[in-house]
Design a binder for this molecule. Structure first.
Ligand SMILES: [Zn+2]
Length: 418
């Protein structure tokens, strides 16, 4: 109380000093100070300051990343790929990265299909460049900013695809069905083994003695079924440590498998979709969009009073608004665009694009098999499979024309045509 009492007169003096200058009618100097005290002007200055600060931090991070990349590009990419593999769970109990053996059937399939898809993606990016240049030539006046930007992005995509090696993929030993490309590790497709087959534990129904079963005790344990009693209520099992125990049959599970990608055509659909993201340079777009969205969010928060409850609620809402109103719809548009371009790439590589909707229906069946809690369309990075099938029907006509009449790919792949 004493300390507060001592400071209070000083505050009064300073406030009255500021008020005196701000409210006195002594020419332009007083007007400037009045402007300075304006509520929104002060918030604007604060927002601008934070804006500059975030740009500076971004530049420092960018410069540091660029410097690391210049010193040891391979080491840097390996490090990023390793941390990505950790994030998707491609690691064993000791933290070692789990990749599929190059001799396995799945590895050979990707090795067989990817070179054809890559070559077709290179053709596709050149076709898109030619189409755009043709429309610029036909229009009156020079290229618009949007067209220049599009050309620039296609040039980046062309460079990336031209320098993408035929062995530019990683087959991670993860049993979730996924494949992706990322701007953090360019020229590499990450494929999960789960795109070939997914497994799920289902309650045990009929099982013969000696079959493999699973039981959950803190974690999942494998066991061998020894026998089931006459009323099918309890079973005797042997755990991996040879311990034998009697358990309720309802505690036992078996492994059910669902195959997703069953042939080269289906794998081609999936890889084409991923390379279509590279053709459209979606990675760079989403990186810059996220950076802008977070910066906008930061500026909004700084302009508002951070001490009030309404501001606090707005603070929570700002992140959600950026995510649901900007990032997710953009991501869903990108997916639709990649589906349509992926179809063209498939056709150029000599795979029948009409199989795409059948493949997506299989994906739908797989989602049902996994029985996962699906996020509603508006809260997901991907549109629903139903919406993708519907959109593909429209894109299919063009791709089929391309498949039947386009001669380019036949030169590349010889007798690959069906
Ligand atoms: Zn995608």
């Amino acid at each position: 109380m004493m300390a507060f009492g001592r400071f209070r007169p000083q505050l009064v003096v300073r406030t009255s000093w500021a008020l005196k200058i701000a409210t006195s009618a002594q020419g332009p100097r007083a007007t400037v100070f009045h402007f300075w005290n304006h509520f929104w002007f002060r918030r604007f200055l604060r927002a601008a300051r934070i804006g500059f600060l975030s740009v500076s931090l971004y530049s420092v991070g960018y410069a540091s990343g660029a410097s690391d990349m210049a010193i040891d590009p391979d080491g840097m990419l390996r490090q990023k790929a390793t941390s990505l593999l950790h994030s998707i769970g491609a690691t064993d109990e000791k933290g070692n990265v789990r990749l599929c053996d190059p001799g396995c059937e799945e590895f050979k399939a990707v090795q067989r299909v990817l070179p054809r898809i890559l070559q077709a993606a290179r053709i596709q990016v050149r076709r898109m460049q030619a189409n755009l240049q043709e429309s610029i030539k036909q229009q009156e006046g020079p290229a618009t900013d949007a067209q220049e930007e599009e050309l620039q992005s296609l040039r980046r995509a062309q460079f990336q695809l031209d320098t993408w090696s035929d062995t530019g993929f990683i087959l991670a030993d993860v049993h979730t069905p996924n494949a992706f490309v990322t701007p953090q590790v360019p020229r590499l497709i990450f494929v999960h083994r789960g795109i070939f087959r997914v497994r799920r534990r289902v309650p045990l129904e009929e099982a013969a003695s000696g079959s493999l079963v699973y039981i959950h005790r803190d974690r999942w344990h494998k066991a061998k079924l020894v026998s089931t009693d006459a009323d099918q209520a309890s079973c005797i099992i042997t755990l991996e440590n040879s311990q034998q125990m009697s358990v309720d049959k309802r505690e036992l599970f078996s492994l059910k498998e669902c195959r997703v990608v069953e042939n080269d055509e289906q794998l081609a659909m999936l890889l084409s979709h991923e390379l279509a993201h590279a053709v459209h340079d979606h990675g760079s777009d989403s990186l810059s969009l996220s950076a802008s969205a977070y910066q906008l969010e930061l500026l909004l928060l700084t302009a508002l009073d951070p001490s009030g409850m309404i501001t606090f609620l707005l603070e929570i809402a700002a992140g959600a608004i950026a995510r649901y109103a900007i990032l997710l719809p953009e991501s869903r548009c990108d997916e639709m665009e990649a589906d349509a371009t992926g179809l063209q790439i498939c056709a150029l590589a000599g795979y029948d694009p009409r199989l795409a909707s059948v493949f997506l229906q299989k994906m739908q069946a797989m989602e049902d098999f996994l029985d996962s809690e699906r996020a509603p369309s508006w809260a997901s990075t991907h549109p629903t499979t139903e919406a993708r099938i519907e959109a593909l029907k429209h894109a299919e006509e063009d791709a089929v024309k391309c498949y039947h009449s386009h001669k380019e790919w036949k030169g590349w792949f010889g007798r690959a045509a069906h």
